[in-house]
Design a protein around this ligand. Structure first.
Ligand SMILES: Cc1ncc(COP(=O)(O)O)c(C=O)c1O
Length: 432
């Protein structure tokens, strides 16, 4: 989806000189848009208690996390590094929810130490926690409407969460350890644009919560609907109607828990920051290979989604191509030695010339965050268009020195294998 008109207009003012003086490629984010989206989400719930925890994995940059924390957002962390980032921006206690999977004792200890809410991904993880968090929450494995998404895993095939039929037992274990406050978590959808589908999955979670209450005698004081709300990546797609979703969630909870107001928790990332980012790159090649190949100075290492999620769509425009330039069909590619390194396939765009600036839209979530350095194509900078119109650097581009910073000189002996005379051993049942 083309960047929002306000963002696009402000960007168009600064990008040509910025690209000239600073160089390309870079991701650039819109502070005003990110803040406004968070505010509108919370306002949509009226006086129902709600906490939206921004999913740090979507855009793990302290400048963004700090701005959201100023707006009252919590942070959803999934790893020790993300917990540390939260600490860097002064977020702690129940303003953090630690929702991880394949979790270790040390990770849980770190989250507990910070006073975070913890979402246990498995009943076995309870035993890894030296003490219980103030609120015990389990993540329920995809079931019902949520189990239709390939991204999360169909029912019975997911690696996430406690299977629905073992949930009551998990809470009983927590009760036996003295837990007194309870929450429940479900990642109810993935990049979902339909309010009806998102609410159907939310209803399944709420019904599960009620059933667990009936089976165990506990009472949930919050329900965490996870993240996964979608943004319209393609022109013509309709934006998710968040106000209708919020009203629907409140109605569901009113009906399910009469006389109670369990807090709504959410862990949205994409919905908050996704539309408020653009990857700016330059055309470096225009090649006729039987099909038109337009090569950029950015690669999939700067934006993995199109190559990773079987050609996930990101809108591509040449905002400074003069009106009247003919339209062509092209593949827009990077420089990785991977054929999936394509930002767009068979895409109608203004006929590009070498040197043209290109915008790849909606890179504000799971964009730079999923970057990597294969082929030595290093990660680009991240810039922030501030509320006051200034553009500031919030992460510089990686350099050769960063790429080699973790190398060791091979002088530190870590173990010594005997050089000869080793009796035959069996590895994994195979004689070697
Ligand atoms: C547990 C959990 N919470 C929240 C999110 C954020 O999802 P999104 O950015 O699509 O809202 C994810 C995404 O992977 C997740 O796994």
């Amino acid at each position: 989806m083309p960047a929002a008109p306000g963002f696009a207009a402000r960007l168009a003012e600064v990008v040509p000189t910025l690209a000239e003086s600073y160089g390309t490629p870079f991701h650039i984010y819109d502070e005003a848009g990110i803040r406004a989206t968070h505010r509108a989400m919370v306002a949509a719930f009226g006086d129902w208690p709600v906490t939206q925890y921004f999913a740090v994995k979507a855009l793990p940059n302290p400048a963004i996390l700090r701005a959201l924390a100023q707006e009252g957002s919590g942070l959803d962390c999934s790893s020790p590094v993300e917990l540390r980032l939260a600490g860097e921006v002064g977020v702690s206690g129940e303003a953090i929810v630690f929702t991880s999977n394949n979790t270790t004792r040390a990770e849980l200890a770190m989250a507990l130490d910070r006073g975070a809410r913890i979402t246990f991904d498995d009943a076995a993880h309870l035993a890894l926690a030296t003490q219980l968090p103030a609120t015990v929450a389990f993540r329920v494995a995809p079931h019902g409407a949520a189990a239709t998404s390939a991204l999360m895993g169909a029912a019975g095939q997911s690696k996430f969460g406690v299977p629905r039929d073992r949930l009551a037992e998990a809470y009983r274990l927590a009760l036996a350890r003295g837990a007194t406050r309870f929450s429940i978590h479900g990642m109810t959808c993935a990049n979902e644009l339909s309010v009806a589908v998102a609410l159907a999955a939310a209803r399944d979670l709420v019904e599960t919560a009620r059933a667990v209450e009936a089976e165990t005698g506990i009472a949930f004081d919050s329900v965490n609907f996870g993240g996964g709300l979608g943004i319209p990546y393609r022109p013509g797609e309709t934006a998710f109607d968040f106000a209708a979703y919020a009203a629907g969630l409140v109605a569901l909870l009113r009906e399910a828990f009469p006389g109670r107001r369990p807090r709504i928790l959410m862990e949205c990332g994409r919905y908050v920051s996704g539309p408020h980012g653009v990857l700016v790159a330059r055309v470096v090649n225009r090649l006729d290979k039987g099909r038109l190949i337009v090569g950029l100075d950015a690669s999939m290492s700067a934006l993995m989604r199109p190559g990773f999620y079987s050609a996930a769509y990101h809108h591509v425009t040449l905002p400074f191509a003069e009106a009247g330039r003919r339209r062509v069909t092209a593949d827009v590619v990077g420089s990785l030695c991977e054929n999936v390194d394509r930002f767009a396939v068979d895409r109608q765009i203004a006929d590009p010339r070498v040197g043209d600036l290109v915008w790849i839209h909606d890179t504000g979530a799971h964009g730079a965050a999923m970057g990597f350095t294969y082929n030595g194509r290093l990660r680009p900078a991240e810039l922030l268009l501030k509320n006051d119109g200034r553009v500031v650097e919030i992460r510089r581009a990686e350099r050769f020195e960063d790429y080699v910073a973790t190398l060791a000189d091979g002088t530190r002996t870590l173990a010594r294998a005997p050089s000869a005379g080793v009796a035959a051993i069996r590895l994994d049942g195979i004689a070697v």
